[in-house]
Design a protein around this ligand. Structure first.
Ligand SMILES: NC(=O)c1ccc[n+]([C@@H]2O[C@H](COP(=O)([O-])OP(=O)(O)OC[C@H]3O[C@@H](n4cnc5c(N)ncnc54)[C@H](O)[C@@H]3O)[C@@H](O)[C@H]2O)c1
Ligand SMILES: O=C(O)C1=N[C@H](C(=O)O)CCC1
Length: 261
């Protein structure tokens, strides 16, 4: 089997470090370069044949990869993804914080170029199931709030998973303003972010990794659907599946729920 040639952007980050290990331990994956903010031109972690590039375009031209795995920041992630598609490199993007407009623009670009791309706010299989189960429950419960909890180094709020969950629920749930019609916030932000009437509450604390609870309320009952990632290895089977799947795609897919059975 021919190896899938991979470039990783953000290889020294919390997720990037895990992704480097995944690529190196997978027989049919090959790390051909990394995109970092520093150490341009040096060898990455002393590895033969794996050069560090601070310029993503130069990296794509020199290393000719099949796939880019991006695990950086919202701002850099968007630039890298766009450049990858333009250079015929299939992006697998875990970076969160993309707006609806960003996703539309990238999706259109991928379609124009006929290039596969995957943007997944959460690579953990359990989190994908949590979102799917929440969408199922939304048929029976109209009232729902999302509490997403992450480590305190996270840049974006609400989390990509929180927003994706609200989007999936909204595909089923009829629009509704929840709570008392006359409710007011005596402290701004008390009721959380509002996604089509669904409230998303963001908790940021040291000690946490990535956790989410979706709470549905009905007559005399609540239903809680919860997922916890206790380490970042939990995301790697989803990264592996995405790299394998993106090779067979010619459009952009947003969310792992669209590629698992
Ligand atoms: N989809 C998922 O399952 C999942 C899981 C965890 C984290 N994330 C997302 O992944 C992203 C990274 O998370 P993290 O915890 O690893 O963050 P991190 O801060 O530990 O790592 C980010 C890395 O990106 C590097 N970076 C920033 N700008 C860059 C640029 N222009 N070029 C090259 N490198 C650049 C930084 O130097 C850093 O090493 C975040 O957006 C986070 O929300 C997604
Ligand atoms: O650590 C993070 O940052 C994570 N972000 C994702 C999100 O925004 O949904 C989920 C996994 C961890």
């Amino acid at each position: 089997m021919e190896k899938i040639k991979i470039v990783i952007a953000g290889p020294r980050g919390r997720m990037g470090t895990e992704a480097v290990q995944l690529v190196e331990s997978t027989e049919h994956f090959e790390l051909v370069g990394v995109i970092d903010r520093i150490h341009d031109g040096e060898l990455f972690a002393g590895k033969d044949n794996v050069k560090i590039f601070t310029d993503p375009e130069k990296c794509f031209i020199e290393t000719n990869p099949d796939v880019l795995i991006d695990l950086t920041t919202p701002e850099s992630g968007k630039i890298h993804t766009k450049l990858a598609i333009e250079h015929g490199v299939r992006p697998v993007v875990g970076t969160t914080g993309f707006s609806e407009e960003d996703l539309d623009e990238l999706s259109q670009l991928a379609e124009e170029k006929g290039i596969g791309a995957i943007i997944a706010p959460n690579f953990a299989l359990g989190a994908v199931l949590m979102m799917k189960f929440a969408k199922m429950a939304a048929k029976y419960f109209q009232d729902v709030e999302i509490i997403e909890m992450h480590h305190d180094q996270k840049l974006d709020a609400p989390s990509g998973t929180g927003v994706k969950t609200a989007e999936m629920i909204s595909e089923i749930r009829k629009p509704k303003k929840q709570g008392h019609p006359n409710e007011t916030e005596t402290l701004s932000g008390a009721r959380g972010a509002d996604f089509q009437g669904i409230r998303i509450h963001s908790v940021r604390l040291p000690g946490l990794i990535a956790h989410q609870e979706v709470i549905f309320g009905g007559d005399g009952q609540t239903l809680k659907i919860r997922h916890d990632s206790y380490n970042r290895t939990s995301f790697m089977s989803g990264v592996k599946l995405s790299v394998e799947t993106v090779m067979k795609l010619d459009i952009l897919v947003y969310g792992l729920e669209n590629i698992i059975e």
